[in-house]
Write a protein that binds this ligand. Structure first.
Ligand code: HPA
Length: 248
């Protein structure tokens, strides 16, 4: 079974033949919504909309621990996270897709670990390479088979939101080495590692980051929605090919 976490613009997976939905309770509370089970090209899929039904949960209020726990309980072979991001690097223009290989965490005040009470021995996961290389390669294969274009590698800056950044903040993120910026990559990626999941992200650039490209003066939210809808067609195409390659 393959798990897919849908982000902004992907509150449902339209190419999924749904068999059923299930509400899961976890020791950490409720996930963003029910898990949706079904098949895509004969491959078993479990899908979760990160922001809940109708995109009602903002990034800082998502129960990441419950989400990952619920997915982990389905024993997925891989977890693919889809995430809308802003492009910092000049070539990462709206509509581009990126499979990041590194991240920097700027979030705060989120429940970010499963190892925070006396019931666990003190545990320090290795996070040198935060994404599963195996899962990244599976995605890259799917991209090739889909005849799609994607950027292999990049540094994802996870920011708190829900506001967008100042131009100076984006300059700082760039100096830090970040290529893309988004609000949901952490703690999701670290929690996936704590659970031993094979997890990778497809970042979909939906806008030039604040102060960049066409957004010198302001980030256009209308533009984001237009790009998002278009780009999700490409993402779905990649996801379908991933399933074909590894489905039998
Ligand atoms: N900044 C942070 N998160 C985002 C952006 C952005 O510009 N675009 C989409 N998610």
């Amino acid at each position: 079974m393959l798990a897919i976490i849908g982000g902004s613009g992907m509150n449902q997976l339209s190419c999924l033949e749904i068999s059923h939905q299930q509400n899961i309770k976890t020791p950490y509370g409720e996930p963003s919504g029910p898990l949706t089970f079904g098949k895509m090209n004969n491959q078993d899929i479990v899908f979760l909309a990160r922001h809940g039904h109708g995109h009602s949960i903002p990034p800082h209020a998502i129960n990441y621990r419950a989400n990952l726990w619920a997915l982990h309980a389905q024993k997925p072979t891989h977890v693919i996270a889809v995430a809308a991001v802003g492009g910092i690097r000049a070539d990462l223009t709206p509509g581009r897709m990126v499979i990041p290989n590194q991240l920097i965490d700027y979030t705060y005040g989120r429940a970010f670990t499963y190892f925070d009470d006396a019931s666990h021995p003190v545990t320090h996961i290795d996070f040198t390479h935060p994404y599963s290389q195996m899962t990244r390669e599976m995605l890259l294969n799917a991209v090739r088979n889909a005849n799609a274009t994607i950027i292999d590698g990049g540094v994802y800056a996870a920011v708190q939101g829900p506001r967008l950044e100042t131009a100076a903040e984006i300059n700082r993120l760039e100096r830090d080495g970040a290529d893309i910026v988004g609000m949901t990559g952490m703690p999701e990626t670290a929690l996936a590692r704590e659970l031993g999941l094979n997890y990778a992200t497809i970042g979909v650039v939906v806008n030039a980051a604040a102060g960049r490209g066409t957004n010198i003066n302001a980030v256009s939210l209308e533009e984001i929605h237009v790009v998002l809808d278009k780009a999700m067609v490409d993402v779905r195409n990649v996801l379908k090919h991933m399933v074909v390659d590894y489905g039998d």
